[in-house]
Write a protein of this length. Structure first.
Length: 148
């Protein structure tokens, strides 16, 4: 059984109809068990609202409502792990490695490490478009999605 850990990059690519949106949608559709940290909810909601504020004069009035509705359809299909003191305790031995990427990416990888306490790391596939996060995930023993 493979668990597919998602960061925000794929979902936002789909919702913002970016260059790799179709690729992201194919990845999403081919991943039956989707997991993430609750950070995914924060990142995606904030990114959508930030985009709306910065482009309010260029997009339709219902853009924000439509994107949030689309986001909620994705989020309902994800099993979330908490970000709490237990997360910090479970990954404190990985600070050196996690310091090689941005803080939010490090939190995502920390959450994947926490999940790996119950599953083998090679059963967890990191689904991200962030190359630095993908490289570090490989070094930490995770699989990454091949079709990227």
């Amino acid at each position: 059984m493979t668990l597919y850990y998602f960061d925000s990059s794929l979902i936002l690519s789909i919702l913002f109809n970016e260059t790799r949106a179709e690729e992201a949608l194919n990845i999403w559709r081919n991943c039956p068990i989707r997991v993430s940290s609750v950070l995914l909810k924060f990142e995606t909601n904030i990114s959508i609202r930030r985009r709306y504020k910065s482009q309010k004069n260029k997009i339709s009035d219902d853009w924000l409502e439509n994107k949030l509705a689309g986001l909620n359809k994705f989020l309902k299909d994800v099993f979330f792990t908490a970000i709490d003191e237990n997360l910090e305790n479970s990954i404190s031995g990985y600070y050196e490695e996690l310091s090689e990427c941005k803080s939010l990416d490090a939190i995502h990888l920390a959450a994947a490490l926490k999940i790996s306490a119950k599953y083998n790391r090679n059963q967890i596939r990191i689904c991200s478009f962030d190359n630095n996060m993908r490289d570090l995930a490989l070094r930490l023993g995770f699989e990454i999605n091949d079709s990227m």
